[in-house]
Design a protein around this ligand. Sequence first.
Ligand code: TYM
Length: 335
Amino acid sequence: TPRVFSGIKPSGGLTLGNYLGAIKRFVDMQGQDYETIYCVVDLHAITVWQDPAELKHATREVAAGFIASGIDPSKSILFNQASVPQHAELGWIFNCVARVGWMNRMTQFKDKAGKNAEKVSLGLYAYPSLMAADILLYHATHVPVGEDQKQHVELTRDIASKFNKDFKAEDFFPMCEPIIEGPATRVMNLRDGSKKMSKSGESDMERINMTDDADTIAKKFKKAKTDPEPLPESLDGLSERPEARNLVNIYAALADMTNEAVIAEFGGEGWGKFKPALADLAVEKLAPISTEMKRLMDDPAEIDRLLLKGSDRAKEIAEPILQKTYDIVGLLRPG
Ligand code: TYM
């Protein structure tokens, strides 16, 4: 069976972008013809400063978000990265395989580092190599992600190829595919349609958090930036209207509809009709998830127990692959 791996950083709370671009898709793949492995990637989170107490909270909260959204720990392997040390071990080996020039081309690093590239952590720079380790440690072949992670998955393929070639270990690490599907592979900021919705944007009005209550969700959609025109009668009419397109994408993803179907239903309508419909739909879909997240967070010890179980299962797959990798590289690791 093909193996799916994906991860989410606990660097703050989950957003609607994480849900529609990632978690909802993870749930879709679960129980299909895939073995699914999902990870709260805490080692990735600390590439930028995280308050230690908040990191622990966010790690559990992202795990709660997975479960509340429908990831079933008995159907998928769900764990946090720090509890499976093999990730960091393979990450180091890949630091020695990946080239500095490759890292220099990573657009997400350039965006995050900005003009301050001398001051960011070395971990932030090496981050894509650890991400390659996350995936290849399980010989995963399918990687569901949002649009912004495509380049990192492509880099993972480059690392796998170079490793296989350098060590004459033909096909040892398989080629993986990014799976970037559905209408919401890039959910945009609600106040600026040219920017991605992210956990760390300045204003809370820019994003929908998975823990927002119904009133907050309604308010944020009501205040979302749009142009004054009504919704177009056909999809082409959205091409130069980033904010309008974003809201249509979000509606489609939440309702499991195509964009065409949304336009067929709302084409010609004004925002006064569409925004409340969108807010109602979002509340209907998100409220049960946030309620369940809160319930799960009342018992952090139970979340820790589930993560520990998941990490034991993850290690069973990871350890033999890491052992073999060490052997291929020529590192002695009796065991
Ligand atoms: P992270 O934590 O930034 O985001 C988690 C997932 O959510 C998707 N996503 C979005 N999708 C649509 N619209 C948005 N506005 C939006 N914002 C975030 C991301 O594309 C991602 O799929 N490097 C990864 C985590 C990672 C990983 C991995 C992923 C670490 N190791 C191995 C896959 C496989 C990251 O920072 O995601």
